[in-house]
Design a protein around this ligand. Structure first.
Ligand code: PRP
Ligand code: URA
Length: 207
């Protein structure tokens, strides 16, 4: 299942991110802000239970987060900016990292790092990567989360291509995708069209 977050704040910020004239500083700020807004939607179904709270006026029952603890997992490099901002909303979440890059020739994912919370199997996992292009990186990351025992995984992306969504739906039909926009297609180099370019390069200024 794919949820596109159509809120005007998300859409406006994403449009500015797409602009080739937007510099590194503003791109980073916008990516962090969009990530927070995506998390608001992705975490809509977190469990709550009623707990007693004493206000300055009286004592009553109010909703508090309960249920499975959370893990945020970034696909390096670009997913880092998303976990770094979302952890502000859920400071008790543990954070994992999966290092993958796309081979420029084959566009297939190359794994170089994996560090996950040891109790990942007991946590709800929110996997972050700004870009879902061919879907190879996200599919491989989800496979390594499942190999580590994770059973509840949501994928959060800023932009997705239909090709990437189809790969996740084929390989991991149990994983919900939350995204700010679903673009038209991939070009011959595997870039999302119209897209925003190379997310890692735009966040870290490496090109
Ligand atoms: C980008 C992006 C995703 C991947 C998406 O990373 O952040 O991880 O490409 O492409 P896919 O869906 O076709 O796999 P990249 O490989 O450029 O690595 P980087 O973050 O280290 O720059
Ligand atoms: N990775 C990116 O950073 N951008 C794309 O458009 C595709 C893959």
């Amino acid at each position: 299942m794919v949820t596109v977050v159509t809120h005007p704040l998300v859409q406006h910020k994403l449009s500015v991110m797409r602009d080739v004239h937007t510099g590194v500083k503003e791109f980073r700020e916008l990516a962090s802000e969009v990530s927070l807004l995506l998390a608001y939607e992705a975490m809509r179904d977190l469990e709550v239970t009623q707990e007693e709270v004493t206000t300055p006026i009286t004592t009553a029952e109010f909703p508090m987060l309960s249920g499975k603890k959370l893990a945020l997992v970034a696909i390096l490099r670009a997913g880092l900016i998303m976990t770094d901002s979302i952890v502000q909303l859920v400071p008790a979440a543990k954070v994992g990292h999966i290092g993958l890059y796309r081979d420029p020739e084959t566009l297939g994912p190359v794994a170089y790092y994996n560090k996950l919370p040891t109790d990942i199997a007991e946590r709800r996992v929110f996997l972050t990567d700004p870009m879902l292009a061919t879907g190879g990186s996200a599919s491989a990351a989800i496979a390594s989360l499942k190999a580590a025992g994770a059973t509840s995984i949501k994928l959060m992306c800023i932009l997705a291509a239909p090709e990437g969504v189809a790969v996740i739906e084929r390989d991991h039909p149990d994983v919900e995708i939350v995204v700010a926009a679903l673009d038209s297609h991939l070009n011959d180099h595997g870039y999302i069209v119209p897209g925003l370019g190379d997310a890692g390069d735009r966040i870290y200024g490496t090109k």
